[in-house]
Design a protein around this ligand. Structure first.
Ligand code: ATP
Length: 326
């Protein structure tokens, strides 16, 4: 017999392509198992403001291809307070909700874990939904693949104009703490240098590499992840420009376009898999865990562990990115 009778689903923190396929899978898997469903608009804000509505299979029709999240998302300071959590709990309880699926990043999971420790009768299952790909316990997070493809598409276009004008471009991509998007997009587009939060790049080394590239290539692209220790792309460009006066230097900040767009097939399948597994795990009585994909298998990881930030960029990709750009 199922350990849950009614599940609430919400999306929280930054939106990520693939959230909608995941919501769809959560709702339909619950329906299939005769578990009732409600959706919460705007993440924890909606929990506190009681913005909660009944969902069924038809509530999630025709959303597989949509970016963003039909449930909307928000950041909510009030949920960090005991009073906010109590209001959220009471709003769920009065509807008979006994389990919650939260789709989001590390902040969302931190909030969910605190909430579940405060109210252990509310089972919690996390789904990693963040373009940053920075959660331990899943090889990939929802939205990372789509965001990387968006960056690759933009870089290909920038390469055309960079080549035509013999320019040096500094492109800033998302990644405050994790350089996953920068690294994969850089390898995909043959970037001449990739600057990552995980790697200390000395400006002197970058200048030497740019100068040596200028002698053999018509254009150069340097990818700067937001969290690189030398500052953003403008700061890095400024420092390099002074030393390579003969190069026409341009800066592009890709910004929020990286979050949008229709989810890739990979993110649609990943969202479906994770949503399906989240509901099945709750039905089996699991709580305070995150569903993730590891080695192409679904695995559950304790939320506490998922938050340990043990995530590490692949050594072979780091090594290869330097070698292949010579
Ligand atoms: P992304 O990785 O895309 O930024 P995220 O889930 O990490 O997504 P955050 O803004 O960090 O996004 O967190 C989302 C929400 O989770 C916050 O607005 C807040 O409501 C809740 N939250 C975060 N940390 C806590 C905490 N310590 N206690 C309670 N709630 C929290």
């Amino acid at each position: 017999m199922s350990k849950v009778s009614k599940i609430a689903v919400l999306t929280s923190g930054g939106d990520a392509p693939g959230m909608n396929p995941c919501i769809r899978a959560v709702v339909r898997t619950a329906m299939y198992n005769n578990v009732k469903m409600v959706g919460v608009r705007q993440g924890y804000k909606g929990l506190i403001e009681d913005d909660i509505y009944d969902m069924d299979s038809r509530s999630v029709s025709n959303i597989l291809n949509l970016g963003g999240t039909i449930l909307k998302t928000a950041r909510c300071a009030e949920f960090r307070t005991p009073e906010g959590m109590e209001t959220a709990y009471n709003n769920l309880k009065k509807r008979g909700v006994d389990a919650l699926v939260v789709i989001g990043g590390d902040g969302t999971f931190t909030g969910a874990l605190r909430f579940s420790k405060q109210y252990p009768d509310m089972a919690i299952m996390g789904v990693p939904g963040t373009i940053d790909n920075d959660l331990f316990g899943s090889d990939f997070t929802l939205g990372f693949d789509t965001a990387t493809n968006t960056v690759v598409d933009a870089l290909d276009k920038i390469r055309d104009t960079a080549d035509a004008h013999d320019r040096l471009f500094f492109i800033e991509v998302m990644g405050r703490d994790a350089g996953c998007i920068a690294l994969r997009a850089g390898i995909s587009c043959g970037a001449e240098a990739i600057m990552l939060p995980e790697k200390d790049t000395a400006i002197a080394d970058l200048i030497a590499s740019v100068k040596s590239n200028q002698a053999k290539k018509s254009s150069s692209i340097v990818i700067v992840a937001e969290g690189d220790k030398n500052g953003g792309a403008y700061d890095v460009a400024q420092k390099v420009k002074a030393e390579v006066k003969s190069y026409d230097v341009k800066v592009t900040i890709l910004g929020h376009l990286q979050r949008g767009g229709s989810p890739s097939a990979f993110d649609r399948v990943l969202g479906s898999r994770l949503g399906f597994s989240a509901v099945n795990a709750l039905i089996q009585g699991e709580t305070q865990k995150m569903v993730g994909l590891r080695g192409n298998k679904i695995e559950l990881t304790k939320i506490e562990q998922a938050l340990t930030h043990q995530f590490k960029l692949e050594d072979d990709l780091m090594l290869m990115s330097d070698i292949l750009s010579i």
